[in-house]
Structure formats: C-alpha cells, structure tokens
Design a protein around this ligand. Structure first.
Ligand code: GLN
Length: 451
C-alpha cells in the first residue's frame, strides 16, 4: 500500500531520491515467511520506513543529496540500517535532503527540492525534508533523520510531524555520512509520539564502532510515551526564545501550549540563558570547521564522481576538478569558511572563541536543569516559507534554526511535536521540548501528555 502511495504522490512531493521497490517487497515477504514458520519477529516487523539518504545501505545508492556521491553504492550498512533490518522494518527507500545535511529547506539537494505536503510551493524543512514530507504525505509511517543543528526538529515542525534528536551519543553515527561530527545525531521521525518512541528504542544503544556512542542503557522512552504526564513537573520557558523575528501565530500557539502544560499540573519557570543569543554565531563556526575537515575525504579518487581522469591531469587536479563540479554552492561556502576559521593565526579568534561560547551554552543549560525538568520553546520562529524565498540569503536561512541549535551545541535531547496551525497561514507550528542528556524519556512523557 505504501509503495502504491509513493507511486501516486511522490512525483509531486519528491520525498524520495531512491525507492527500493524490489528490496522492500522482499523484506516484507521475508517477514511473512518468518511469521509462517513461527519464528520470533522483530519489534517493528513489517512496518515500512523512509531512510534519510545520509545512512549507508549495502547495495543501495547513498548520495547525501550530493552529486559528488552520485553512483556510489556502499559496500556496508550503517549501524542504524543494520538495527532497522534486525527489527524487521521494511525500508522503502532513501529520502531527499540538503546536500551533506547543510540547509533548512532541502533546496540545497543536488537532485531538486522537496515540496511540503501542506502546500507544495513551500519548503518541507531541512535538511531532512524528504523524511518529513514522506510522513506528512502518508508515504511512510516512520522515517529516520539526522540533526546537526535542527534537521530532524525543524522539518517535523513545518510538516506537522514528530521528530526527536536523541542525546548526542545515544544513536550510533557509524555509517552516517559525517557533516559536523561533534554535533551530528541520528534520530526517529514519525506522526505520533509513541511511534517515535518505538523507533527510538530500535535504533538507540551503544555501538563499539562509534567512539562517541554512550555505553549506558537506552532511556525508557516507550514506557514514557505510554504514560504521558506533566503532573508536578517543573517546565522552563527561556526568555531568549522569543521576540523579534518570531511569527505572531507561532508565539500564540506556543503560549497556548504553555497554558495547557500549566493546566495539566506543571509549574512554569522563567529562565534566562544569555549565551543562547550567541549560539547561531558559534554554530556557524564550529559546523563549517568540522565539515571542512570531514569533507576532505571526497577527493575524486575514493568515492563516486571523478573528473579529469583522462591521463592529462595530476591526482591533485583530478581532486580539484571533481570537487569543483561535485559540491554545490552551500557546501563550498562552508568548506571555505571552515578552512579559514581553522587556519593558523585565525584559529583562536574564530574556532577557539566559538568553543568557549559552546561551553557557556552548556553551562546555561546545566544551570537551567537545576531548576526545571524540561524546557519548552517554539521549534522554529516561523511556519514553512515559500520555496525560493530564502534561497539566495544564507543568513535568513540560518535563522530557521535559532531555537534548535543550542541543543546540539550542548548535546542534550529534544523533540518537536505539532501544537496546532498558525491562524494567519493555516500551517503547522512545532512545540520543542528539551531534556538533559540521557533523559530522553522526559521528552516522550511530556510529549505524550500534550499531543
Ligand atoms: N540548518 C542547519 C545547517 O544548515 C542544520 C542542519 C542539520 O541539522 N543538519 O547547518
């Protein structure tokens, strides 16, 4: 049924870069056969899923939304892919994304944009716009995203779906193509809080193949999602997450959510986190710096695209010609910014200062979590904007992640879930819930209470 749905609507939505029709049907048949033989089935047996095209899939193309990896067929599965298969999930295909997960609109994909199912002329968020659009257009009931600065939560917010960025280190990054290694985190996307929890439990957990993976039990997310409550909880509202640039309808729905939390028995606490005003600036030094280093591996020799290999060019020229054609403008912008920020003489002034700000942000969170159990905010300052509106204005694009970025810098966990439509445009608004590291279960407890 989901393959038929994809066939019917994805020409318009463009959520998928690759639909693995044969593979999905084979996986589904294998589940049926297991059932017939009376074998034990995985926890999500037969449930279809859309996988962001940043996770390697053995034998299936993985492009990361980039021309530089066009035609590359990975010889191995990411840990997340492996875990999905072990849970008997049916992987429908790979979803569209901003190139190397750099963007907030999916317009930076080398393979064309994705439409927001609520209004196809608007963006579905990014970088994981393909996954969120697949959910919102009922092409898949579950999806996987990755969140470096907001790429799970912002698409969830603007498509009226649920997205969770687990604690940094909670889900393995092995086989997830690296953008900014100290920030990148894979996580679950779904249409309900409980569905997200069921998927979270399947993909999370320690992985010896990822040195930053946390060796501790997975927080009890499913139990929390089944027992939603905010009774007696202290919930923080941060002063810095409102003001100029926030759409009136977004603020209205957020205030209503806070009133609901109070009515359901939570105590609301005002918080001041002055360092959050510097989060965007710090992120746009740290993320490009790490990206400039991570993307050095795409040299035209090891993977995918190769240009100038005609016997007249040196290896260095082949690398240069390949990168010139293979990377899009946003990726190039970030590689140049990052290389500059890391160069000797500038390192302390830029990268060093950004790391100090990162520490201040972490401390603001730590101090806040002495007073509250979770923090809430709007997920994004505005609803989905029209495709093309911010395409030539990187600064305007970067503002989409104003409320999500501090969480990545500190390594905490956070969820976005729908909290109604903005009255002025009838488009979905997201409520963000933030919990301390390894307290991901609190997101689900609160989320299930207000869903
Ligand atoms: N929009 C942010 C960026 O462009 C975050 C992207 C992400 O989380 N992958 O970097």
């Amino acid at each position: 049924a989901h393959l038929a749905r994809i066939e019917a609507v994805d020409e318009k939505v463009h959520a998928f870069l690759h639909v693995d029709r044969e593979g999905a049907l084979a996986q589904a048949r294998a589940v049926d056969e297991k059932r017939e033989r009376g074998e034990k089935l995985g926890p999500l047996a037969g449930v279809p899923l859309a996988l962001k095209d940043i996770f390697t899939t053995e034998g299936i193309p993985t492009t990361v939304g980039s021309k530089i990896l066009e035609g590359w067929i990975p010889p191995y599965d990411a840990t997340v892919t492996k875990k999905l298969k072990a849970a008997d999930v049916v992987i429908l295909g790979k979803t569209n994304m901003d190139e190397f997960a750099m963007g907030s609109s999916t317009e930076n994909s080398a393979f064309g944009p994705t439409g927001n199912p609520w209004d196809l002329t608007r963006i579905p968020g990014g970088s994981g716009g393909g996954s969120s659009a697949a959910l919102a257009s009922f092409q898949a009931p579950l999806a996987i995203g990755t969140d470096t600065g907001g790429s799970i939560r912002q698409p969830a917010a603007v498509t009226g779906t649920v997205g969770v960025k687990p604690t940094y280190g909670g889900v393995s990054r092995f086989g997830m193509v690296a953008f900014s290694s100290s920030l990148d985190q894979g996580g679950p996307c779904a249409r309900t809080v409980l569905d997200a929890a069921l998927l979270h439990e399947v993909i999370a957990g320690h992985d010896p193949l990822d040195s930053t993976s946390i060796d501790a039990p997975v927080p009890p997310v499913v139990e929390a999602a089944r027992n939603g409550s905010v009774q007696g909880m202290r919930i923080g509202v941060v002063k810095q997450f409102r003001g100029e640039g926030y759409q009136a309808g977004v603020v209205q729905r957020f205030d209503e959510s806070v009133a609901l939390l109070k009515k359901l028995g939570a105590e609301i606490v005002e918080l001041d986190c002055p360092s959050f005003d510097l989060a965007l600036a710090a992120y746009y030094l740290i993320a490009p710096s790490e990206c400039s280093s991570n993307l050095a591996r795409f040299d035209g020799l090891r993977y995918g695209l190769r240009n100038g290999d005609d016997g007249t060019h040196s290896a260095e020229e082949v690398t240069s010609l390949t990168r010139a054609e293979g990377f899009g403008p946003e990726v190039k912008r970030r590689i140049m910014l990052g290389t500059y920020a890391l160069s000797s003489g500038y390192y302390d002034a830029y990268y060093g200062s950004a790391q100090k700000v990162r520490t201040l942000i972490t401390r603001d969170f730590e101090k806040s979590f002495e007073k509250v159990d979770v923090i809430v905010s709007p997920t994004t300052p505005t609803t989905a904007f029209p495709i093309g509106e911010r395409a030539d204005d990187p600064m305007a694009m970067y503002l989409a992640d104003l409320c999500t970025i501090p969480v990545n810098l500190a390594g905490n966990s956070a969820m976005s879930l729908p909290c109604g439509l903005a009255p002025e445009d009838n488009l979905p608004v997201g409520l963000q819930i933030i919990a301390p590291a390894m307290k991901d279960d609190r997101l689900y407890k609160v989320g299930a209470a207000v869903e």
